[in-house]
Design a protein around this ligand. Structure first.
Ligand SMILES: [Zn+2]
Length: 82
């Protein structure tokens, strides 16, 4: 397996990708970078836990259909402003 050195994300970059990560709309490479950042950043890990809980609750309500894209957009915008 080929591994390559990946650039580290800043907190801001990680947070920008966090919502996509939680929504599983992220590429494998970005996913790894987010996980790498979370592994070494307590602040982002806390934020991640909060957003994941929120998304899980919303998903439960939305059921199998998933979230409408306009809802996702609004949520993503809201979370970026926290
Ligand atoms: Zn961070």
């Amino acid at each position: 397996m080929k591994t390559h050195r990946m650039d580290r994300l800043t907190c801001r970059q990680a947070q920008e990708k966090l919502f996509d990560y939680l929504d599983r709309e992220i590429g494998e490479r970005d996913r790894q970078r987010v996980e790498e950042h979370l592994a070494m950043c307590e602040a982002c890990t806390r934020r991640f836990g909060f957003e994941r809980k929120l998304l899980d609750q919303i998903r439960e309500k939305a059921g199998r259909q998933g979230l409408p894209s306009d809802v996702k957009r609004r949520l993503a915008a809201m979370l970026r402003n926290i």
